[in-house]
Design a protein around this ligand. Sequence first.
Ligand code: MG
Length: 387
Amino acid sequence: MRPALRPCAVDIAQSRGRRHPEPAPATRNEFARDRDRIIHSSAFRRLEYKTQVFVNHEGDMFRTRLTHSLEVAQIARSVARALGLNEDLTEAIALAHDLGHTPFGHAGQHALNACLAASGGFEHNLQSLRVVDELEQRYPDFDGLNLLFETREGILKHCTPARAATLGELGVRFVRNQQPSLEAQLVNLADEIAYNHHDIDDGLRSRILTLDQVCEHDGFRAALERAGSSGKPRDKRQTYTAIRHMLGAFVDDLIAASAARVEAHAPRTVDEVRASATPLIDFSAPWRAAHVQLKRILHHGLYVDPTVVRFSAWAKRIVRELFAAFDADLSRLPPAQRARVEDGQLASSRVIADYIAGMTDRYALAEHGRVCGSDYAHTARPWLQGS
Ligand code: MG
């Protein structure tokens, strides 16, 4: 049996509904239907071949956007259950939160944002919303997945006030500086917990990050010592155990600190949550500091490593060249994308960005080969080739 929902959790009775009204599902609740629509979308399947931090084809052991999204959903769902929040909504937001990510991780997004500097920019959060609102074409009566307002609210994590003004009801909170639902707040934190810990794991596996670097973190050092108390020499299992314990400790703190904050504010409805000046789901002050320390170690030890930086520079060039090639000659776009340009509803730059953002890493390389004449799709670790 699931625990009862808190009064301030999102409940279908308080939902602002779907943009296109539909009959209620017979055997699922409305939020489970959203989750299922996300899992069956083509954008979700493509996450499997999109880089998280480590290049998608570097090795089969590293995280991809898909496994990252599943880890976020697992953490978020556990916390939602402990806090009496809406688990199905939480899971739907978590599984959808990265649907708009470009190929090649953050490098791809930065490059695409620069390409679109004169026409509104590119932001992966907003792109995730475009995917579920417009770009998925699976239903006869509407574009997108026709998700509930609360799912869409959770997907749109950041937004500039200028852009928010164009988003109607969904943009209001950015203009008024309000919060989203507790479920949406929770997914933001679960996202950060997930990537901190899996990047430590992948960083160690790749040997870019050393155990000594990670041991600079007080929480990890303590967890590693606890994991080694059997007297056995340090091995992989000890490291996994330490990462697991640290992750568990962050999650336990998030649950306890958030429960205390929600109880102190005592919001009676979702709208009272939204009206709160600050998020109610958060770590305690000491664990917030530990969280920041972990991010700092990852930044210095992993994200600015010369190999990672070299990959990013190469990936940005691929995206820039793809954009420039399509922009210079729209006839290079596939027929479906050309039809979107000819339709005249969108600037051609936005159609190109939608197309590139939807690509997997390997599809982007194949397209780069087709329109730019490269052979990267058949080159081992092409970002290390040449000068
Ligand atoms: Mg994420």
